[in-house]
Design a protein around this ligand. Structure first.
Ligand code: NAD
Length: 482
């Protein structure tokens, strides 16, 4: 086992450097033509916009970014983040991760990411709308928002509301573009969105874990056994991704959410917390402080280090790093956030035998369903609209035959109660989206797993994920003659 590098001696790499270090580790195991490795690694362009908006009687200047990492496929895709911590380094790291993520889940996009340096909670809704629309205008006029070139989505600090403003702004600037709605994904359902997009990233985290637990050898590698039922889970960040992941794992798979870490501290209860009750408390009180039914720690970091089976960081990058990696007791870490484990911590935890489900796979549910939404917008028809009743009619035929058998066999056989109504119902959009997402998450896991188990020089899922992704991006460049 390797010992932990002294954090005072070894400088923690930046987020961008961390992504590059992880990329380099995988690329060293490949036989890429000279120059191609660098071409894939580097960020193609990063645009910085500074714009002023008159608010509260004075002009406020905001800084935003849109970075395009790779255009081996277009449009490029990636969320827009609203946070005070947004900077060029972060946006470029996130754009690079988008390239690898899209390749891994076979979403036909290049990688991009955007961010606005702002505390969204410091502004009223109408002010935020004016700021968002102006940011969208700055990006759209440079084709950094465009259905065929660059399609943003929600990320930290943004959601359906902001995506609806962006889509509307783009439409106002491109009144004759019939595909204008496809300029951004993660929109509300009544504004061109798709059923299941809000839950998609958390749902993808659940599907990733379900797939992992279908393989007893993989589960054993994390020093665990059995199923998700009863597994002790700690979640950091009860926002869009963290909330949905935690609630599906608790209410559908029987996992026990023993810790929830938020901005203002953490809650811990070894008997399990009720996710919806905590969520409602946060919505009402603005944080977890004062929640009556659990132990509260003002320093959330301590709960990150509590003993648990599955740790799900779903907030920020770099939260598991050289300063706390030795104290992490989780058997496995599922990177619902982007970049929550730094390259140094990753190396230490890997050597210690902690299984890490890497971000580019674990949180790919968002971009997968965004892909479905983009296709829906371009085809101008909701999924399932043509097939649903036809499917029901065919099922009715079979049920009619079974009913005859039912009568004929008397007491010897009968249909299970509810079978008729359950079988008869054709799939609606939500069911189709979940099915497509489940299939994608299973397929991507299989591709990583195959590399993980077949190559003695690949010891972890992250390296395997990079190998699969880099190979696919390289194949795209080769096909284009580069
Ligand atoms: P969000 O804004 O909905 O939620 C973030 C949550 O983290 C909030 O509840 C916030 O209070 C909490 N938080 C902020 N700072 C914290 C801190 N220091 N300690 C603990 N909690 C803190 O954001 P989100 O969309 O859920 O995104 C979370 C992560 O998931 C990000 O890394 C993002 O890049 C990644 N991600 C999001 C999506 C998506 O579809 N939204 C897709 C892929 C990846």
């Amino acid at each position: 086992m390797t010992t932990m590098p002294d954090p005072k001696v070894i400088k923690e790499p930046s987020f961008r450097e961390s992504v590059d270090l992880m990329f380099n580790r995988a690329a060293a195991l490949m036989d890429l033509p000279p120059g191609l490795e660098e071409k894939i690694r580097v960020c193609n362009s990063t645009y910085t916009v500074r714009f002023g908006v008159r608010l509260r009687g004075q002009i406020h200047t905001f800084t935003g970014y849109r970075s395009v990492h790779s255009e081996h496929m277009e449009p490029v895709k990636g969320g827009i983040r609203f946070a005070t911590s947004v900077n060029q380094n972060e946006v470029e790291a996130l754009a690079a991760l988008m390239t690898y993520k899209c390749a891994l889940v076979e979403a036909p996009f290049g990688g991009s990411k955007g961010g606005l340096c702002i505390d969204p909670r410091a502004w009223e809704e109408d002010e935020l709308e004016r700021i968002t629309r102006r940011f969208a205008y700055e990006l759209a006029k440079r084709d950094l928002i465009n259905p065929s070139q660059n399609v943003p989505a929600p990320d930290m600090g943004t959601g359906e509301r902001e995506m609806a403003w962006i889509a509307d702004q783009y439409k106002r600037m491109n009144t004759t573009d019939i595909n204008a709605q496809a300029c951004v994904t993660g929109k509300p359902l009544h504004a061109g969105g798709i059923a299941g997009r809000v839950e998609a990233t958390g749902r993808g985290v659940q599907y990733a874990l379900k797939e992992f637990f279908r393989h007893p050898e993989d589960v054993a590698a994390a020093h665990l056994d059995g199923t998700l039922d009863g597994k002790r889970v700690i979640v950091q960040g009860l926002g869009n991704v963290g909330y949905h992941a935690a609630s599906f794992l608790q209410y559908e798979d029987g996992a026990k959410i023993i810790g929830i870490i938020e901005r203002d501290g953490a809650l811990f209860d070894p008997r399990g917390l009720d996710v919806d009750t905590v969520r409602a408390w946060i919505a009402k009180h603005g944080g977890v402080t004062g929640y009556p039914d659990a132990t509260h720690s003002a320093d959330g970091g301590t709960v990150l280090e509590e003993d648990c089976d599955i740790l799900i960081p779903a907030a920020l990058e770099g939260v598991i790093n050289l300063s706390n990696a030795t104290r992490i007791k989780a058997r496995m870490i599922v990177e619902a956030a982007n970049g929550p484990v730094t390259a140094g911590a990753d190396e230490y935890l890997r050597d210690k035998g902690v299984v890490i489900i890497p971000d580019m796979y674990a949180n790919a549910g968002g971009v997968t369903v965004s892909y479905f939404e983009w296709v829906k917008n371009l085809s101008h028809i909701r999924f399932g609209r043509m097939q649903r009743r036809q499917e029901e009619a065919r099922h009715q035929l079979l049920l009619d035959e079974l009913s005859r058998l039912d009568k004929y066999l008397g007491d010897a056989w009968s249909m299970t109660p509810n079978f008729k109504s359950r079988y008869l119902r054709g799939a609606d959009e939500l069911e189709l989206v979940r099915s497509g997402l489940d299939d994608t998450m299973r397929g991507a896991y299989q591709s990583m797993r195959e590399v993980w188990h077949s190559r003695p020089d690949v010891a972890d899922l992250r390296t395997a994920a990079y190998l699969v992704s880099i190979e696919r991006v390289a194949a795209s460049y080769r096909a284009a003659g580069l």
